[in-house]
Design a protein around this ligand. Structure first.
Ligand SMILES: Cc1cc2nc3c(=O)[nH]c(=O)nc-3n(C[C@H](O)[C@H](O)[C@H](O)COP(=O)(O)OP(=O)(O)OC[C@H]3O[C@@H](n4cnc5c(N)ncnc54)[C@H](O)[C@@H]3O)c2cc1C
Length: 249
């Protein structure tokens, strides 16, 4: 039944069913890029949400439409998958209880360096990263269980660990990275080199289209120079690698 809160049919149709007349051509000149960079860009472009297939439960909420069919029945974790995650969950719980002092972290405003090392040692920075790239190779469900456990013990450590591998380098590379990028970066981030995600700017938050930081390729196309400012970058001061959202020419 249509709720009075739901957006008008016309708006829903416009926002969910618009089909581009033809696929948008890449606006970036890739001719001088390395093969790896070109492949990465092509992969990212091809992975854009197609408008005619738009529709996670959450994205539909933004236009006042809720489609419970997309979230129910709530998926159950199989016994086999749960068993695969249990040893890590147990290790993580023991580590948190014995080595992470949430009150001390709140008092000092710092997560001690030995916690970074200890969490790296048990694999907490590469939970979903496949084993071939140095991670634990666990499922999203088991990652979610770890996030719940972390959040129940200490919000600071939960933010560190989750920003690192959900919006930081690991997840975007798993979804959209080339093999070359995965081999280069995933072992580093799974091993504990901290990563972060830089989208927000003074005038860009919920609407990333307003962002102004630019990535300009240098003349030989081998690198980009970033010009602009970012803020509110979780893990930013600890990160060795970052995902940076930028405008390109
Ligand atoms: C704990 C924390 C960690 C963060 N970590 C990161 C990080 O690691 N990297 C990063 O890049 N950013 C990070 N951010 C920033 C965060 O992503 C932004 O705060 C967020 O994108 C919202 O942007 P904004 O604050 O500019 O709010 P705005 O975009 O200005 O929104 C303000 C309000 O208006 C509402 N609103 C906006 N647009 C619409 C619309 N079209 N229709 C209806 N309502 C609307 C919003 O819901 C909100 O209530 C973090 C923020 C927090 C709080």
């Amino acid at each position: 039944m249509k709720s009075p809160l739901e957006a008008p049919e016309k708006q829903i149709a416009e926002e969910t069913s618009v089909k581009p007349e033809k696929p948008a051509a890449s606006v970036i000149d890739t001719s001088r890029m390395s093969k790896g960079q070109r492949e990465a860009l092509d992969l990212a472009e091809a992975s854009r949400d197609p408008l005619d297939d738009r529709g996670s439960f959450a994205s539909n909420l933004f236009i006042g439409r809720y489609d419970f069919g997309r979230i129910y029945p709530f998926p159950e974790q199989s016994a086999e998958e749960r068993a695969a995650g249990d040893p890590f969950l147990q290790k993580l719980e023991t580590y948190l209880r014995e080595h992470v002092d949430p009150d001390e972290i709140d008092r000092t405003g710092e997560i001690p360096p030995e916690n970074f090392a200890g969490l790296a040692e048990i694999g907490a920075f590469g939970i979903k990263v496949p084993q071939q790239y140095g991670g634990l190779g666990l499922s999203q469900f088991n990652y979610g269980r770890a996030a719940v456990l972390l959040g129940s013990w200490d919000g600071n450590v939960a933010a560190l660990v989750s920003a690192h591998q959900s919006i930081g380098v690991a997840q975007p590379l798993l979804l959209f990275g080339t093999e070359e990028q995965k081999r280069k970066y995933l072992p580093r981030v799974a091993g504990g080199e901290i990563s972060a995600f830089a989208l927000t700017e003074t005038h860009a938050g919920s609407d990333p289209a307003t962002m102004s930081l630019r990535a300009e390729p240098i003349p030989d196309g081998s690198e980009f120079i970033l010009n602009g400012e970012k803020l509110w970058c979780t893990n930013g001061v600890k990160a060795g690698v970052l995902v940076v959202m930028a405008r390109t020419p």
